[in-house]
Design a protein around this ligand. Structure first.
Ligand code: KIV
Length: 265
């Protein structure tokens, strides 16, 4: 596989071909994901939960993200590296530019921020200085205290309308990618019809250009009952970790994952 770029994702979208994305936090797993053909590697702030053992992503710092981004970059071959901007690292424009630059210097190819249309100025300024961004919408884990828990978002008509309007505003501001987490399939379909940039989903149904899962979840390593959208690819594959990544890539590309049961009405 050639180096994956944002143009690759746009081309895949234009050809109606799906792409895969997994979270990753170190060099060895990054190398295995690249060998398995994972197009996008997300250095997610979920590392606060799956690596550090916190019960939310809020304690994660820019230094943590830079450390893991640099580790992944050293193991990466050709995947596109997207790094999360952690909680409060983009609360104002100056800090957003400074912290995004730190992650890009560590090896990220684009950064991900959580929010809605209020991020339009930040997204535009980042694009102007050469930093592409993905905006994570719907269930935004950094706002868990505002949302009152990890639950499906935009179920009501007015919230769904707001999410679609925000997606349009963010595309106009220059967002390179959108990511939708835990929203009803119908909302994903509306966003898909309203924007032209690649759309990545997690618990957002099949009508996305790419699908992402937290690596630990798709390997069956989670405390308690997994979320509805999680599938165990270690048991679905050949029993190896690299085989699980390959199975995920194949299932996403074939349209076999996510199945109807992994989505929300
Ligand atoms: O941090 C993360 O792992 C994420 C995924 C849930 C998309 O943002």
């Amino acid at each position: 596989m050639n180096q994956v770029t944002l143009k690759t994702l746009r081309d895949l979208k234009a050809q109606d071909q799906r792409f895969s994305c997994l979270t990753c936090y170190d060099a060895s797993f990054a190398a295995a994901m690249a060998r398995a053909g994972v197009e996008v590697i997300l250095i997610g702030d979920s590392l606060g939960m799956v690596l550090q053992g916190h019960n939310s992503t809020l304690p994660v710092t820019v230094a943590d993200m830079a450390y893991h981004t640099a580790s992944v970059a050293r193991g990466n071959q050709q995947s596109l590296l997207m790094a999360d901007m952690p909680f409060m690292s983009y609360g104002n424009l100056d800090s957003a530019l400074e912290n995004a630059a730190t992650l890009m210097r560590a090896g990220a190819h684009l950064v991900k921020l959580e929010g809605g249309a209020w991020l339009a100025d930040t997204v535009a300024q980042l694009a102007r200085v050469g930093i592409p961004s993905c905006v994570h919408m719907g269930l935004t884990p950094q706002s868990v205290n505002v949302l009152g828990g990890y639950r499906v978002q935009a179920k009501q008509q007015d919230a769904a309308n707001q999410l679609v309007a925000d997606a349009i505003a963010l595309e106009q501001a220059g967002a390179a990618v959108l990511l939708l987490e835990c929203v009803p399939r119908t909302v994903t379909e509306r966003v898909q019809k309203s924007v032209n940039i690649p759309l990545i989903g997690i618990g957002a149904g099949a009508n996305c250009d790419g699908q992402v899962l937290v690596m630990h979840d798709m390997l069956g390593l989670h405390a308690g009952k997994p979320a509805r959208f999680v599938k165990n690819f270690l048991s679905a594959g050949d029993g190896t970790i690299e085989g699980a990544f390959r199975q995920f890539v194949n299932d996403v590309k074939a349209g076999d994952y996510p199945a109807h049961e992994h989505g929300f009405d």
